[in-house]
Ligand binder design. Structure first.
Ligand SMILES: Nc1ncnc2c1ncn2[C@@H]1O[C@H](COP(=O)(O)OP(=O)(O)OP(=O)(O)O)[C@@H](O)[C@H]1O
Length: 256
């Protein structure tokens, strides 16, 4: 089966002021697959994923050059509000709004102008089901999102991201604040989500990347500390037969 490219990145560079954080990143992220970004602390993993939905635009010192195309559309030509709807993001620490479970999920659709209660009810149920949270919360959708367990809060944040029907979901260390069981839930959930979405996950946890991703990109930083892509390929190859010595050293835990 041939894979479609969802996101094409060509020679992408990013600077925080004078400091270069990303150096000539080129890679194709396939549609309906999970791509893991791994690498030592500070190599630019978060910076890279935050570039995909242009979160870095919020930082005044940031400058970028290079190209990104989503479905062949220049990412930098897309209106940021539309882009953030099309590219959802889930962060390291679950960050539900201090609102009810229902209002957390309905927030995005309401912002996009959906007011009809039965439409919102449908979206909330569909999103919570897709995030494997519906059964736990369906009897009390008015409960505060903050009253859920950490793992359930993270699934609520995933439901909130799904509610606006994104095409891609960026996950920056989504399970690092969770216990092993909640982590497993998130990993299982990712496997069902990839049927409909393209997922990019940043993880420090190499077992997690090996278990749950289809493709792995290994980032490292040069002597100037700019992050670059060392090796990218099918996860199985990266973990069993890496082409670069540096990759082998990293995945076998010799540094990082
Ligand atoms: N807002 C910012 N202003 C200036 N420098 C920044 C900013 N954010 C990140 N950096 C720097 O850019 C580099 C890459 O940071 P980034 O957080 O992307 O790395 P990372 O690989 O995700 O690290 P970690 O695994 O520790 O989260 C680091 O040297 C970091 O200090």
């Amino acid at each position: 089966m041939t894979l479609e490219t969802k996101l094409k990145v060509i020679d992408f560079n990013l600077y925080y002021g004078n400091f270069q954080a990303l150096n000539n990143i080129t890679l194709d992220i396939p549609e309906n697959r999970i791509t893991a970004i791994i690498g030592p602390s500070g190599c630019g993993k978060s910076t890279f994923v935050r570039s995909i939905n242009r979160m870095n635009d919020l930082i005044p010192s940031v400058r970028t050059h290079g190209e990104m195309y989503m479905d062949e559309e220049n990412l930098f030509d897309i209106n940021v509000v539309d882009l953030r709807r099309r590219v959802g993001m889930v962060f390291q620490r679950p960050n539900p709004f201090p609102k009810s479970v229902y209002d957390n999920v309905a927030y995005g659709p309401r912002m996009h102008g959906i007011k009809n209660t039965s439409d919102l009810n449908d979206i909330v149920e569909r999103s919570l089901r897709a995030a494997a949270l519906w059964d736990e919360v369906k009897d009390d959708l008015n409960k505060s999102g903050l009253a859920l367990s950490g793992g359930a809060q993270q699934r609520l944040c995933i439901a909130r991201a799904l509610a606006v029907e994104p095409e891609m979901i960026l996950m920056d260390e989504p399970a690092s604040a969770l216990d092993p069981l909640a982590t497993l839930h998130i990993e299982e959930l990712m496997q069902t989500l990839k049927e409909n979405y393209t997922i990019v996950i940043v993880t420090h946890n190499m077992q997690q990347a090996a278990r749950s991703s289809d493709f792995t990109a290994f980032f490292h930083m040069g002597e100037d500390r700019a992050g670059y892509l060392v090796e990218y390929g099918p996860t199985e190859e990266i973990f069993t037969n890496p082409r670069q010595k540096l990759t082998e050293e990293y995945i076998s835990g010799r540094f990082g």
